[in-house]
Design a protein around this ligand. Sequence first.
Ligand code: PLP
Length: 394
Amino acid sequence: MARIYLDHAATTPVDPRVVKAMIPYLTGNFGNPSSIYQEGRAAKKAVEESREKVAEILGAADAREIIFTGSGSEANNLAIAEVAWAYRKRGNHIITSAIEHHAVLETCKALEKHGFTVTYLPVDEYGLVAPEAVREAITDRTILVSLMYANNEVGTIQPIVEISKTLQEKRVLFHTDAVQTVGSIPLHLKELGVDLLSLSAHKFYGPKGTGALYVKKGTRLHRLIHGGAQERRLRAGTENVAGIVGMAKALELAVAGLEETVPRLVELRDYFISQLVSRIDHVKLNGHPTRRLPGNINVSFEFVEGESILLNLDRKGVAASSGSACTSGSLDPSHVLLAMGLSHETAHGSLRLTLGKENTKEQLDYVLGILEETITRLREISPLYLGQTAERRI
Ligand SMILES: *Cc1c(COP(=O)(O)O)cnc(C)c1O
């Protein structure tokens, strides 16, 4: 049987139509966009047309508000660190949450070493940040709020519009890491009310190593990479022309397909969760039951290790992720699950399956069977589980 890929929050396969759009810029049209002769002008045109396409699809007012970067992580670094330095005279306080991606959390930690103070807002049991808590955390030293749109581990979708409304009269900038959101659910910048928004192509069937940051007109940033004048002097370096063309194409395809994929993935997701809960005992759904990304399934199985489940799934041809694998190589339980109040044991027994457009119900039925068998077998050798069932028998 062919492999079953259920880790779309980690990365997605590149859509063949995206590859096709990129090939000319990896072959014949190899010019440098900064060159003024014909080859250069053709490359420049491809970059600028892609910028316009991305701006239009996201709902930006102007194509110049889109800055291409080398990844979603880089977009987050640019948004947080370079805004922080540009507004340093106004204040030194940043607000974020405890469940952000490491590209946000580590950038904030680095800034703390340079005199900035950071508030890491807590989340509730579903992974939601309270809009009032954001408002209450603001001081006259606050310059930036950075909150992710949807969480990469548990799929919880934050009330970004509500939060941006509570920030309206405040003199603070609002950044959202929308890397999991763009291409997964409908999104329009005019309705969001954010000043900065990060995206990454490889999360929506585009190439790896290509991201972008939306920067609302009038927002100041310091330079991230010194050198040439590319990307409004914020990020020097010859543009990744093929990657940029690929990102624009991938975004166009992903957004055009949302009407079909969102309801289909929601149905598959909810089918899988309900089957799992009815077929296996001591299972807990992590994240919000409805305010979650269409393809996100995150569950904890009591008395077993997520890593053991993963390895068993891999052997049976299924690619998935666990709560502890996110900080790759480390076996620390996920900071997201801990912030939601899960115990270390429950966090260790977590499994994340993230569906994509190519997954089918047949694949999910196969995975359900494997999981039922695997969990039963792992629990048979788990002293914790055996103790628990013995206790129940008394
Ligand atoms: C994947 C991801 C990133 C990082 O994007 P890269 O392009 O892989 O650097 C940042 N934030 C979230 C929420 C992500 O899921």
